[in-house]
Design a protein around this ligand. Structure first.
Ligand SMILES: Nc1nc2c(ncn2[C@@H]2O[C@@H]3COP(=O)(O)O[C@H]3[C@H]2O)c(=O)[nH]1
Length: 714
């Protein structure tokens, strides 16, 4: 819109400028125009009239103000044609007629007496100047007025250069998105060109479908699990449910009266519109998987949908059989084909449950919905049967009292759930009807109820497992008379683990997953903690990933010993939550350091080889502490594949070990202390040396004989 108006803005400016130059030259040449004063006045008046038709003039005011005032009779060049034809005509006419009259004035000049001539010349020149000035002022006023209007309409205005057409200006698109945007902007221009109104500064915009889609930010290809798609499916499912619930009720109870028909039809056609949108916009953009690849190509997605059963059902569901309303009665059953879009409803359920945290709640709601719907349909059929037999004709049929729908629904509840208390069927029709009802009640209804029980049962499986685990453990401890103190600790462990994790054996659940998936989960859950550990910072990233897969999560209670000084180190630990205290000093009770989440400990006995793989300090959990455990065997297996990382870890473990701190204090037996990085080599026992010599000289036979002798002695 703006670009178009801008072109208009330029056109009159150029014309006026050209005109100004030409008329200026004419003014210089004028010698005998004094007699035309009256004619000029008349023409000026005409010009003013024409000027009122001057609708979309926008001009460069600066240029105008700098140019000498003059008239223009130059015709507008064809190349400057714009869409605003009428406004341009206005410009042309105003600019043509006035100069034409001017020329007439000039051309009809006759000589007279020199004095009179000079006076008239001066007079004419002044008058022409005054008129030109007034015209320039008016044009300037209008320009500023239109500028303001443009700014208020578009929110922005450019006074610099008129924008080129988007197709020329825009660079070649690099990807689909750019291409789409370019197409849309091109379409916008086209649309705006088409609907540009003759009235200056007024424009009727009609949004194209592409523009609407662009504004709604519907992507070119939609992922099935995208929440926006699930939201859309919700709308489609609502539309489907509308047909599901209301077609039978409108048909059986004849709720669709001429008075209410417009409301029913409005809702019906809103639902139809949703169906159509789903087919045209959403389903054709749905990604799919072909030979393991996710296909998001526009054409292929469309083709895939068109070839699917879904498309055929969707197409059948939108056939407008309700056009028969025009021929027959307004029977809602003509819209029964709308139910063929049932796949959308089931897809919605599936997608929603996939993204819901507590899907079982929705499952219960859905199953309850099925039960209610079954009752609803039964109520409708019962009413229809009653009308068929004649209301109140027998004891079994509806007696016509109270609210029709509610009474029939209540009857359906009693009949299907086999509560009993309903009148016995009399006629054959009634017996068949009631027989079917019992059958449905027993099989369908009871299976739905069973399904509900399963859903609730599954939802509480973990809690049941937790409860049975704790009960069994307590029973065991009671049976073996485990002390109350220990029992309490065990119970506390169960409770804390359940509260903090909501699961007892989370690692077991993941075992069935492929390694890749396990790794993804492990990275997501634990990489943030492990990556912060200084010890692993220079290590191979792949090694860290391997390690993540092998970590086991264990909960320690307050005061629990995680490591005991002198024990053989079999595991190293990373603190996930909580904190531990490293104890040392003469009586091993002094807190050397408190380690918090993200710290690692227990690595010295594993990596530095200090103290014969023995723990160099006591470590206790100072509160409830969740630790990742990595055992020595697994660590060695991992490190075998990463020799560089192994060197790094060993170097770091030695550095971390506080050699200096303890060195001064103890100069005793290296096995009992924690100060030596590399344990001093002990002398080979004498007996062993003799044996070795014997083996070397006489071979294995001698050794065997010696061993036999030893055994006999023993
Ligand atoms: N000996 C000692 N161990 C410490 C200290 N700070 C943290 N620790 C950790 O405590 C752990 C005890 O078991 P390890 O010897 O295997 O590894 C030890 C270290 O990881 C300290 O100051 N002295």
């Amino acid at each position: 819109m703006f670009s178009k108006l801008w072109v208009q803005k330029v056109t009159p400016k150029q014309e006026v400028l050209e005109g100004i130059q030409k008329v200026t030259s004419q003014q210089k040449d004028q010698k005998s125009k004094e007699q035309e004063t009256k004619v000029r006045e008349n023409e000026s008046l005409k010009a003013e009239e024409k000027d009122t038709e001057f609708k979309s003039v926008s001009t460069n005011t600066q240029a105008m103000s700098q140019s000498p005032p003059c008239w223009n009779r130059t015709k507008e060049p064809k190349s400057q044609t714009t869409n605003a034809t009428v406004s341009k005509q206005g410009v042309e006419s105003s600019l043509h007629i006035e100069p034409a009259s001017m020329e007439e004035e000039v051309g009809l000049h006759n000589t007279s007496s020199s004095e009179c001539e000079q006076e008239q010349r001066v007079f004419l020149s002044d008058r022409a100047d005054a008129q030109l000035h007034s015209l320039v002022l008016r044009v300037r006023e209008r320009t500023s007025l239109y500028k303001e209007k443009l700014i208020s309409e578009d929110g922005s205005s450019s006074d610099e250069t008129p924008p080129a057409s988007p197709s020329k200006k825009a660079p070649a698109p690099k990807d689909d998105e750019e291409k789409q945007q370019q197409e849309i902007s091109h379409d916008e221009t086209k649309t705006e060109e088409a609907y540009y109104c003759d009235m200056v500064c007024f424009e009727f915009k009609r949004l194209s479908i592409k523009k609407i889609i662009h504004k709604l930010r519907i992507p070119e290809s939609i992922e099935n699990s995208d929440w926006r798609y699930v939201l859309w499916l919700f709308l489609v499912a609502l539309a489907w449910n509308w047909s599901c619930w209301f077609i039978p009720v409108r048909w059986a109870f004849n709720f669709q009266t001429p008075d209410t028909l417009p409301y029913w039809l409005t809702m019906d056609y809103i639902c139809d519109f949703i169906y159509l949108l789903d087919m045209l916009v959403f389903q054709t953009r749905l990604q799919f998987i072909k030979q393991g690849d996710i296909i998001n190509n526009k054409e292929e997605m469309k083709k895939y949908y068109m070839q699917s059963l879904k498309f055929k059902l969707d197409l059948a569901s939108v056939i407008p059989f309700d056009l028969f309303y025009l021929v027959f009665d307004c029977n809602p059953l003509f819209r029964l084909n709308r139910l063929l879009k049932y796949l959308a409803f089931f897809e919605f359920n599936y997608r929603l449950e996939a993204i819901m945290e507590k899907a079982y709640i929705y499952r219960i709601v859905r199953t309850t919905g099925y039960l209610l719907y079954l009752l609803h349909i039964n109520a409708c059929i019962y009413y229809w049967a009653s009308v068929y037999e004649g209301i109140s004709s027998t004891k079994w049929v509806y007696n016509g009292k109270g609210n029709r729908y509610l009474r029939c629904y209540y009857w359906a509840v009693r009949s299907l759930i086999t509560i009993g208390g309903i009148s016995e069927p009399v006629t054959l029709f009634e017996i068949i009807f009631q027989g079917c009802n019992y059958f449905i009640g027993v099989f369908v209804f009871s299976s739905l109820l069973g399904q509900m029980r399963d859903i609730i049962g599954k939802a509480t499986t973990e809690f049941s497992y937790y409860q049975s685990s704790i009960d069994n453990t307590m029973n065991y401890m009671n049976a073996y008379s485990v002390s109350k103190c220990v029992q309490n600790r065990v119970r506390k462990w169960y409770e804390y683990t359940w509260e903090s994790q909501g699961l007892l054996a989370s690692s077991e659940l993941l075992e069935n997953l492929p390694v890749k998936m396990q790794l993804s989960i492990a990275i997501d859950q634990n990489y943030a903690i492990v990556s912060k550990v200084d010890l692993f910072k220079e290590c191979d990233k792949q090694m860290t990933y391997d390690m993540l897969l092998k970590l086991k999560s264990v909960v320690y209670l307050p005061g629990d010993f995680v490591c005991k000084k002198g024990d053989v180190g079999k595991e190293m630990y990373i603190i996930k939550t909580g904190q531990v205290q490293v104890l040392g000093g003469p009586d091993d009770k002094e807190v050397l350091v408190t380690l918090k989440a993200g710290s690692v400990f227990g690595e010295i006995s594993l990596l530095a080889g200090v103290g014969g793989n023995r723990r160099t300090a006591n470590v206790i959990a100072s509160g409830f502490t969740n630790l990742f455990i990595l055992d020595k065997k697994t660590l060695n297996e991992i490190l075998m594949n990463y020799p560089d990382s192994q060197k790094v870890l060993k170097r770091k473990a030695r550095k971390l070990f506080p050699v200096e701190k303890d060195k001064s204090k103890s100069k005793c037996n290296p096995a009992n202390t924690s100060i030596f990085l590399i344990r001093p080599k002990q002398d080979t026992p004498k007996l062993f040396n003799i044996l070795l010599l014997a083996v070397k000289s006489k071979g294995l036979t001698l050794l065997r004989r010696f061993l036999k002798m030893e055994t006999k002695v023993i």
